[in-house]
Design a binder for this molecule. Sequence first.
Ligand code: ZN
Length: 553
Amino acid sequence: MRTKKLFILGCTILLLASCGNKKKTGTADPKDSTQQKSPQDLLLSKYTTVRLEADMGALTENEKKMIPLLIDAAKIMDELFWEQTLGEPKEEFLAKIKDEKLKQFAIYNYGPWDRLDDNKPFIEGYGVKPKGANFYPTDMDTTEFQNWKEPGKKGLYSVVRRDEGGKLKLIKYSEYYKAKLEQAAELIKQAAQFADDPGLNKYLHLRHEALLSDEYQASDIAWMEMKTNKIDFVVGPIETYEDALYGYRSSFEAYVLIKDMEWSKKLEKYVAMLPDLQQGLPVDKKYKPSLTGSKADLNAYDVVYYAGEGNSGGKTIAINLPNDEEVHVKYGSRRLQLKNVMRAKFDKIMMPIAEELIDPEQLKLINFDAFFSTTMFHEVAHGLGIKNTINGKGTVREALKDHASALEEGKADILGLYMITELHKMGEIEGQLEEFYVTFLAGIFRSVRFGAGEAHGVANMIRFNYFKEKGAFERGSNGKYKVNFDKMKDAMTSLSTLILTLQGDGDYAGVDKLVKEKGKIGEELQADLDRLDAKNIPVDVVFEQGKDVLGLK
Ligand code: ZN
């Protein structure tokens, strides 16, 4: 069971600038440069480059020695992911591409398929991307797999191949990728020598063993148990998105991370305040059961290296791990917010959107701190409200079925803003409340671009239309939007009440009506969003990263 996936996928997408259905050609206005761009340039312009830097001065000498070793281990994860996704050697594949720009785009995509455009092939000679990537033989059909009497066939840590007789067989990752895994494990062991934090030291040793044995649980537990480490290293075969055939097999990836101790401390404090905030929610008592202590472990990090699956296509800015349900139940899970990458997306994607759509008078109220806060409080706010219906319809998730995710994301957004408002009142948050509100509105424009096929997209459309109806903002004749602060606060309160009540009642018909009426983009908004497309605002980021960027040897 890897139920966490849906949830994190939802939250991960939150910060991708837009989904793959964004059309970048045809609608541009004449004075825009889009039309002069070559097809290769248009592809490359989906991404904007970001340098992954961090304050190395804040690290101890030993921590500085660890990072290059972890980066080298991460690079091996990158090579392994190439092998998992592409059915031919990376170097041979790249050597065939003569156009340097297309080659660059192929590197961003780890293959010939555009990950931000439904895996459309962009290199001649390639057809549809195999759903099973390189995890399964390409000539295997689903009937053959279904009929295969192999108890381990759903394994997270094995590839499916054919034996000499043409029959399917399983090969464990630790065997199939042996040489590279041994190199990576060795580097991790070397890094552990410099890990002064006992928790980190233990985790690295266990992770070293896990890579060689395909047994990850002990290292996942050690990872949850470590709390005081400043360096973190997410590494191994982790998510299963790349196996689009069955979602069974995991892909190699790595993140080298430096914890933001100050923000992490603040978050700990806010999480501890959840029980009180819950009692203050604007809804009848029966919809707000008292909360006990939370196992949520929420921290902020700067990422200094992305590798493998996590570095392909749209970049994650939040990770929620481990996936192992048994570890989840006993030890909880950890949510990692990747702050420097959020900032990059704010600067390069969110601000250009705001400049186009927010009234110049209010534009100055938008800033990264407010953006970061609304994102963080969204995560904390998932912990508020109600998980089980009050009328015997089971969990809210069961009762609201296909609408559950959209409503839950909508809840987290609006209660995140509610938390900010309450904590601001209590003097627990710095900054002007108006900054959070205008930044929040700009965030809606960013997120409606995810489209109606995605939970955050729907949640934001509903909120946009609800706010519009309540006069929370107005659109000037210049096509720019302005917040009406008092009305927005009222709309925030009444929308919170509405969502919490629908969830607590498990009212599927009520939610369905709300989604049908408000979960769509009207003509005027669509025209405004088309202006963003015409401006060629990038869809996502790619990284300039590594030891050189960090000034490390
Ligand atoms: Zn969320």
